[in-house]
Design a protein around this ligand. Structure first.
Ligand code: BES
Ligand code: ZN
Length: 414
């Protein structure tokens, strides 16, 4: 009995520390075993951990990145494969100090090597499309997208914003909807679905362009407003506008892909890449081939670069991405864009390209700038549309259309 009281007292003290210090990052991971640790996360290519749903937010606040793979590997299997230890009587103590993860020797999936084009071939056709880029239209669409109270994947407005996006995409593909497919990908455990628009090519190999549709206010995601204009409303609208231009060209018989071209809007990136992990693990289980995936998460903020007196540029992420695909993107930027790229690092599992790579598909991540100059207002009520630079978003659209054209028309990649 006495032990129990000491235990309860200790719990109260530890849990009130963050209140005392006004520092939420101080809060330890779930203290006791009766807080269900039923989420399996991956923190690096070799580190897995079992944590609770609440712990995920605590990790986010500490800026620790992870991939939630609970749906992909059943917990019993994780124990059997030795990815994580079975909890024991002392696990609550371990979690105080964030012990409990263990290093495993991991056989990561081999990423196939493809012969990406070494020169661009469709310069005049692609540049013709650029005349139709409509930044006013993009502004209008992003205004609506950011007007949902939050696009948090577990919120009602997050499901509504997905419906709105789906309807917009349906309108875009309407003239060709007998040939182009649109699919809602429903996920297990929350209502906001991911969306895939697919333009079938002559072969089934896929080129994928992605962005995440969800937003999150990291103070209190379920109750606070999260406009998510830059993160990743900007990437979602960049992708939407690129699709609009390509569909227009397809409708006029000026373009027909050789490889199947897909546009993805993932749900629940902010929950640990949940939507994209689901999509790419389904592809992998079905034996689908993805020759290249390009993620764009945050495409519109340049004030960080301007303040530092640095030229506007793309941030090309060179860690946990495909070297060959990055080289192809460098070629595209040099041939099609009026701004350069700067290479930068984002860490493990920082956006949905990591889910593609994890499932054996070469992927790349292009962001608004080097990491150090990116938008500091994300994950808060201040991630608003007025802070975005539409000339910069336009450069991302130019890049996307060129990437889509050149790679979807590339033959002999194998
Ligand atoms: N857009 C961010 C990634 C990011 C953050 C890019 C800061 C540039 C600067 C993304 O939506 C995000 O928040 N990712 C999480 C990881 C995710 C797996 C939970 C992160 O970076 O912590
Ligand atoms: Zn984010």
């Amino acid at each position: 009995m006495r032990l129990l009281i000491i235990f309860a007292l200790l719990s109260c003290i530890v849990n009130s520390l963050p209140l005392l210090f006004q520092d939420w990052s101080f809060q330890p991971l779930s203290l006791f075993n009766f807080v269900k640790k039923d989420r399996l996360i991956k923190l690096s290519p070799t580190i897995y951990q079992l944590i609770s749903e609440d712990d995920k937010l605590k990790l986010r606040k500490k800026n620790i990145k992870f991939m939630d793979i609970t749906e992909q590997i059943p917990i019993e299997e994780a124990y059997e494969r030795g990815l994580v230890n079975k909890p024991n009587a002392f696990s609550w103590f371990d979690s105080l100090f964030f012990i409990g993860s263990k290093q495993v020797t991991h056989l990561s999936k081999q990423i196939p090597v493809y012969n990406y084009p070494k020169t661009t071939k469709y310069n005049s056709e692609v540049k013709e499309l650029y005349k139709n880029i409509d930044t006013d239209l993009m502004f209008k669409k992003l205004s609506k997208f950011t007007s949902f109270f939050s696009r948090y994947y577990k919120s009602e407005s997050g499901a509504q914003s997905a419906e709105w996006l789906y309807n917009e995409l349906e309108k875009i593909i309407k003239p060709v909807n007998d040939k182009v497919n649109i699919t809602k990908i429903h996920h297990n455990g929350w209502d906001q679905f991911s969306i895939i628009v697919s333009i079938p090519g002559e072969i089934e190999d896929k080129v994928v362009i992605g962005a995440h549709q969800d937003s999150a206010n990291l103070i209190l995601p379920s109750v606070m407003r999260a406009p998510g204009a830059d993160d990743d409303g900007s990437g979602s609208i960049t992708t939407l506008e690129s699709l609009r231009l390509i569909i227009d060209s397809y409708n006029k018989n000026l373009y027909k892909p050789y490889n199947t071209l897909e546009f993805h809007w993932y749900s629940a990136e902010e929950g640990g890449l949940l939507g994209s992990v689901d999509v790419f693990s389904r592809y992998s289980n079905a034996g689908e081939v993805v020759v290249g995936m390009l993620q764009q998460d945050m495409t519109g903020y340049t004030q960080g670069s301007i303040d530092a007196n640095v030229e506007p540029h793309f941030g090309l992420i060179n860690d946990y991405t495909s070297i060959d695909l990055n080289n192809f993107i460098k070629l595209i930027i040099k041939s099609y864009n009026s701004i350069p790229y700067h290479e930068s690092q984002c860490g493990y599992a920082c956006s949905d390209h990591a889910s593609a790579l994890e499932n054996g598909y070469p992927s790349a991540f292009l962001i608004e700038s080097e990491m150090k100059y990116t938008n500091k207002y994300i994950h808060s009520t201040l991630d608003t549309i007025d802070r975005l630079d539409w000339d910069h978003i336009k450069e991302h659209v130019k890049l996307t259309v060129a990437f889509a054209f050149e790679l979807s028309l590339a033959k002999e990649l194998h």
